[in-house]
Ligand binder design. Structure first.
Ligand code: H79
Length: 433
């Protein structure tokens, strides 16, 4: 009996670990257009993007969840737009910072959970043009700056809403209210996809607020694909991708991992992958948040994401005056210096060559494998398991030094003359075929 019980418990555990969480409502079959497939490839080639969380919450300097965490009543929170006047906002400057960091695209919050629209919208008056004295559309200015500099622009869009009655009542079961909310989202998505030039991606977030609900993704996704077939759809829902989506996201995690706690039971899909991460703790500007990640940690995250075939969307939360804080700017500059030297081993590569090792990972482009030694092993060699491809030669990153190697049934041994412990990433090039 005891054995049977144990078996039953084990079976339940295994099922839970293996169980994928799926969206329960019917979705039409989705065949991406040629252009969409090309856009996916280009997205994968870009590898590194800037996430921007900016809203009226930045005034309080306590992150983008401040309304929820400080239990601020809606009427009180609604005073914030009056204080929002970011006179130092300069879209060209943001784009310059992103570009110098080696980032190829920008994903900015058009509307976060607080419901405040950071763009000129006719669907509500709770937006930057109608409710602030600033009276400029930062998304418009950013779209122009990005176009000039060849940076792709994407829009984050919150599904969850802390201010609208139609959302609140819809959540309680009022079907008509929910219908109104869906209509509102569709009106805003239409604006976002028609008024700002070609948008690379719509990045949804907040699904988990109504895990079991019908979010009418069939309507939202087909609207987006009809208006702009090459615009990719990402939804940070922390479940398996839903038909109609073009990118799979991992919040505060490398693809396929669940260290951040948001990706339980989520398995890697064949879609392009993207990890998003913060440079300190929060996404929106937080005056008190000084847990800054180092350049080395962030480069390692970028390289490990690439090794797992994913992009890194690295976040900044600009300050209420419109500037990106100097700590972030200086780390991003250092990342850019790294990317200028070693970008060849990241941009345009694909991953999934081997599992991440204690020492690092591998990225691949055509006949070159880039071996990224992120943490030098104690042994005087690097052992690369799982790799069956015939290795022709191994060299230092600059190609100047040949590296001794031995290929055996179990894998490949590299014998570099020395390994620098202090280096951010020692890269070797292996030629195959
Ligand atoms: O937009 C960013 C976040 O605001 C949003 N997604 C990223 C990209 C998000 N992050 N976490 N969540 C949504 C899920 C909610 C987590 C919570 Fe909490 C844990 C809510 C309350 C406890 C984190 C910690 C937020 C407030 C405290």
């Amino acid at each position: 009996m005891k054995k049977l019980l144990l078996l039953a418990v084990l079976t339940i555990m295994v099922n839970q670990v293996g169980a994928q969480v799926k969206y329960e409502y019917p979705m039409p079959e989705y065949t991406p257009t040629e252009g969409n497939l090309q856009a996916r490839k280009e997205f994968q080639d870009m590898k590194f993007g800037m996430f921007i969380h900016w809203g009226v919450y930045s005034v309080l300097g306590d992150g983008e969840w401040v309304m929820y965490q400080q239990k601020i009543k809606l009427d009180t929170y609604k005073k914030l737009p009056k204080f929002f006047d970011p006179e130092d906002f300069d879209a060209d400057e943001w784009v310059k910072i992103a570009k110098a960091a080696g980032m190829k695209y920008i994903t900015i919050t058009s509307r976060h959970h607080d419901s405040f629209s950071m763009f000129d919208t006719d669907a509500t008056d709770y937006d930057i043009i109608d409710a602030t004295r600033f009276d400029r559309d930062p998304l418009k200015e950013l779209a122009e700056a990005c176009k000039k500099e060849g940076i792709k622009l994407n829009f984050y869009y919150s599904l969850l809403d802390w201010a609208r009655d139609d959302y609140k009542n819809g959540k309680k079961g009022d079907e008509e209210a929910w219908g109104d909310y869906v209509k509102f989202m569709k009106a805003q998505l239409t604006e976002l996809l028609t008024n700002y030039g070609e948008i690379g991606c719509i990045w949804f977030d907040g699904h988990w607020d109504r895990k079991k609900a019908n979010w009418n993704y069939d309507e939202l996704y087909s609207l987006i694909h009809e208006l702009s077939p090459n615009t990719l759809i990402a939804n940070n829902h922390h479940i398996q991708p839903i038909p109609g989506e073009d990118i799979q996201t991992f919040e505060r995690d490398l693809p396929g991992e669940n260290k951040g706690g948001y990706s339980a039971g989520v398995e890697i899909s064949p879609l392009p992958l993207e990890s998003c991460a913060t440079m300190a703790k929060t996404w929106g500007f937080d005056l008190n948040d000084t847990k800054f990640k180092t350049t080395k940690q962030l480069v390692h995250f970028l390289v490990k994401a690439a090794g797992k075939n994913g992009n890194l969307l690295l976040n900044v939360g600009p300050m209420p005056n419109g500037e990106i804080q100097p700590e972030f700017v200086s780390t991003l500059k250092e990342m850019g210096e790294w990317a200028t030297k070693y970008g060849e081993s990241i941009y345009g590569t694909r991953g999934g060559v081997i599992k991440t090792q204690d020492w690092g990972t591998i990225t691949k482009k055509e006949n070159t494998l880039y071996v990224h030694v992120l943490d030098a092993p104690t042994e005087p060699y690097i052992f690369i398991p799982e790799l069956m491809e015939k290795i022709k030669s191994v060299s230092s990153f600059d190609g100047a030094t040949k590296i001794k190697f031995k290929q055996v049934k179990e894998g490949i041994f590299l014998y570099p003359a020395s390994l620098d412990d202090e280096s951010i990433d020692t890269i070797f090039k292996m030629e195959i075929r």
